[in-house]
Design a protein around this ligand. Structure first.
Ligand code: HEC
Ligand code: HEC
Length: 275
């Protein structure tokens, strides 16, 4: 009887322990979603989060010394960095420092942010201790609320595209004319919105990302396009169309990033890296 009771108690304990774990798992977030606005606290931290978000949405206008083209961070990291398969920042707080083969070492989140300033924005890095960098970190930390440390969200990066497909830029030019030019312009220079920024951002030319940017790589761009473009119709292109159009627009004239010759120092350069 006593043994039976103990056994029962033991399994009840195990069940209770599982219940607690389950409840814990339910509050952990691994889907890409922005936390509710109401979770932005009052006081200095809340102000920093709001400021960081403005810097991400209006980067070109607010950080003219650090941005050398016409882009905002959220032209690629869509909807404030809270879109799956558009390289979301949700969960990014808990995965850096991280090893990157492009750098051949572990890099901090600040270094990763500055990589995009120097390449995607064709600009200059922010000082690590600047108020702007701190505000961007505060925003990314808030976006990552509830995602466990060390866990990548589902939809981190740009999603899959068939990397075995070879790009046919001539067909890509046709896809571009049919499905992209109406917004991004026949010459890829986008459509301006007054003095500051663009309604439709440029895909090549002086105001676009440079050739050291991740988006200048055919398969990275193809994955972004496949899942997100034409805007509002993500997933409508075939993998071949996405690879072809990416092979076309990434290789149009754009600013040159001299530092790219130092990339992948350990010799594991991917096949679509620019030289
Ligand atoms: C032209 C498109 C583009 C713009 C604009 C852009 N990025 Fe990125 N960003 C990328 C790409 C592409 C990657 C992934 C590159 C890779 O891993 O090959 C990336 C990755 C990142 C990552 C790491 C994501 C992860 O899951 O590891 C962070 C953080 C980031 N960008 C921040 C920024 C910030 C901050 C800005 C503005 C200063 C910015 N990006 C502007 C294209 C862009
Ligand atoms: C309906 C208009 C529209 C169409 C059509 C469209 N885009 Fe876009 N695209 C946008 C907008 C707007 C953004 C910026 C999104 C944001 O800031 O939220 C964007 C962003 C981008 C970006 C990242 C920012 C940059 O300038 O580098 C790329 C790359 C891109 N589009 C490629 C394409 C390709 C390729 C096609 C055709 C397959 C296409 N787009 C079709 C509206 C469009």
């Amino acid at each position: 009887m006593l043994a039976k009771l103990t056994k029962y108690r033991f399994s009840a304990f195990i069940a209770a322990a599982f219940f607690v774990c389950d409840a814990g798992a339910q509050t952990a977030v691994t889907e890409v979603q922005a936390p509710p606005e109401s979770s932005i606290p009052a006081g200095p931290r809340g102000v920093a989060i709001q400021e960081g978000r403005k810097l991400m949405n209006e980067t070109h206008q607010r950080l003219p010394k650090n941005v050398g083209n016409g882009l905002n961070c959220t032209n690629c990291h869509l909807a404030g960095g809270a879109t799956a398969n558009a390289s979301p920042w949700v969960g990014i707080w808990g995965v850096f420092p991280e090893y990157r083969s492009r750098s051949g070492k572990l890099i901090s989140l600040q270094e990763r942010i500055n990589d995009c300033f120097e390449r995607s924005m064709n600009g200059k890095p922010l000082p690590y201790t600047s108020a702007e960098m701190t505000n961007i970190l505060a925003y990314m930390q808030w976006l990552s609320s509830g995602v466990p440390t060390g866990v990548s969200v589902k939809g981190r990066g740009f999603g899959p595209v068939d990397q075995k497909l070879k790009a046919d830029p001539n067909h890509g030019k046709q896809v571009y004319a049919d499905k992209c030019a109406s917004c991004h312009g026949a010459d890829g220079s986008g459509m301006k919105n007054g003095e500051h920024g663009y309604t439709f951002p440029p895909l090549w030319g002086a105001n676009s990302f440079n050739d050291g940017a991740g988006m200048a790589r055919t398969y990275t761009a193809a994955a972004f396009v496949k899942h997100n473009m034409p805007l509002g119709q993500g997933g409508t292109l075939t993998d071949q169309e996405a690879v072809d159009v990416a092979g076309f627009f990434t290789h149009q004239p754009r600013p040159v990033y001299p530092g790219k010759s130092h990339d992948w120092p350990l010799g594991d350069k991917p096949k679509d890296a620019r030289s």
